[in-house]
Design a protein around this ligand. Structure first.
Ligand code: AMP
Ligand code: GLY
Length: 418
């Protein structure tokens, strides 16, 4: 079997690491991939958003399964195009991926189907949005409707900042057309938990829970990033909370999408917040999360390719998905300066020494240069270690991190401490 994975970050490395354990897989391609992925897959120089390029490659190389990992190609309809060309593909079609692609859509879906979420209003012009802000309590959250590279959410502490956020998004078009509409919603207080789930539209199987750390510095200080680390399981996501979420959030969401003629097949990501008045949905994603995947997939016992095919065939109910009863912590090692300006091209040493039976180093922003692995992005590596419990996993991960070095590297010292 030949598999093509679309994307090139730590998440895709973790997916490919699992795929490579399937005995029927003879060849893996990744577009565009990175320096670590290149050790398991042949990297092809096609952009993850180049739909025609990916379809042509999959056809020409008789790919048996294409796994589309990032949000933008899913929202743009890459799986639709692959299917139209008779190609087997994992991931939601565009009309289902809208659950991440439009926050106005997802909020209205939750309201219509009584799925718990923050109170909100949506606006298609800044004047009405600003009028509404005058009546609201602060802080408040202003969200661009569309995809904005994870940056379209602004938490405003006061009215002036909220007005500024509306102008930036809607009038200055800081995120382009993603800001044609906005969602303005109530600010919720609580711990966030990420639950990713496999679903074929009829059956939904939640994966083990995870939490990520978005801020760049310890104690959740500094700017938001794509994620500085993750761990699984979450300490606050008990069996009881899981049952509540399954009955009141997960299954209702799957059924709502089906009722809207937008059957969702793929990985549905629930960004949850555990508040004093119960669990609410902060966001949906139409794909595996990054870096949660690097903490969740190492715990998966069942073959991932079999699960992907069962989802595509709408036979998820025939598979028993099993997990290791352990914990995993993933510490992200980033370039100094990230998420703002940083330098790349520095040689990375110690990766092989850090890896072991319990430690895998997933590459995010790396590339091969003259046979050496060098930094090539803001988030460079995700060092994932397992342990019998979270404390052990965290300790094992930091022991591995200490063996790796590159110039100006930065990582948080408090991953898992929440
Ligand atoms: P989103 O892209 O919707 O996940 O938002 C990014 C981050 O902003 C979330 O992970 C939260 O940390 C924060 N956030 C979003 N919505 C809210 C809200 N209603 N209340 C508090 N924090 C929020
Ligand atoms: N870790 C958050 C995301 O993947 O969007």
């Amino acid at each position: 079997m030949k598999i093509l994975v679309v994307g090139g970050g730590g998440r895709e490395h973790a997916i490919i690491h699992k795929i490579s354990q399937n005995k029927n897989v003879e060849k893996i391609y990744c577009a565009p991939g990175n320096g670590g992925i290149a050790q398991l897959a042949e990297c092809v120089d096609i952009k993850a958003t180049d739909i025609d390029g990916i379809v042509a490659f999959a056809k020409a190389n008789q790919i048996d399964m294409t796994v589309v990992a990032p949000d933008d190609p899913l929202v743009l309809g890459m799986v639709d195009k692959l299917n139209e060309n008779g190609l087997n593909a994992f991931g939601p079609v565009a009309k289902a991926a809208i659950i991440e692609g439009s926050k106005v859509f997802s909020k209205n879906l939750m309201k219509k189907y009584n799925i718990p979420t923050a109170a909100y209003e949506t606006f298609d012009n800044s004047k009405d949005a600003i009028e509404y802000l005058k009546t609201q309590k602060m802080p408040i959250v202003v969200k661009a409707d569309g995809l904005a590279l994870g940056k379209g959410v602004i938490i405003a502490e006061n009215y002036d900042d909220a007005v500024k956020a509306v102008h930036e998004i809607m009038d200055d078009k800081a995120f382009g057309n993603a800001g044609n509409k906005v969602v303005i919603e109530e600010f919720l207080v609580g711990q966030e938990v990420s639950v990713l789930a496999f679903t074929d539209g009829k059956t939904l199987v939640p994966m083990v829970s995870a939490q990520d750390h978005k801020r760049v510095f310890d104690n959740d200080k500094g700017l938001n990033t794509g994620g500085m680390g993750a761990f699984s399981p979450s300490r606050i996501y008990t069996e009881e909370v899981n049952k509540y979420c399954y009955d009141n959030i997960f299954i209702p969401t799957m059924n709502a999408m089906k009722s809207e003629d937008r059957t969702f097949k793929g990985v549905l990501y629930f960004g949850l917040i555990v508040t004093e008045d119960g669990v609410k949905v902060i966001e949906y994603n139409c794909r595996f999360g990054d870096p949660e995947t690097q903490a969740v997939l190492p715990r998966l016992k069942t073959d991932l390719v079999d699960i992907f095919q069962a989802v595509i065939d709408e036979k998820l109910d025939t598979i028993n998905i099993e997990w290791y009863d352990n914990a995993v912590a993933c510490v992200v090692m980033a370039s100094g300066g990230y998420p703002q300006k940083y330098q790349s091209g520095y040689e990375i040493s110690g990766i092989a020494d850090a890896e072991s039976d319990i430690v895998t180093v997933y590459h995010a922003g790396t590339k091969l240069s003259d046979g050496k692995i060098v930094t090539a992005g803001g988030r460079v590596l995700g060092v994932s270690a397992s342990g019998n419990n979270l404390d052990d996993a965290i300790k094992n991960s930091y022991e591995a991190v200490k063996k790796i070095s590159f110039k100006d590297m930065h990582y948080r010292k408090d991953i898992g401490v929440k």
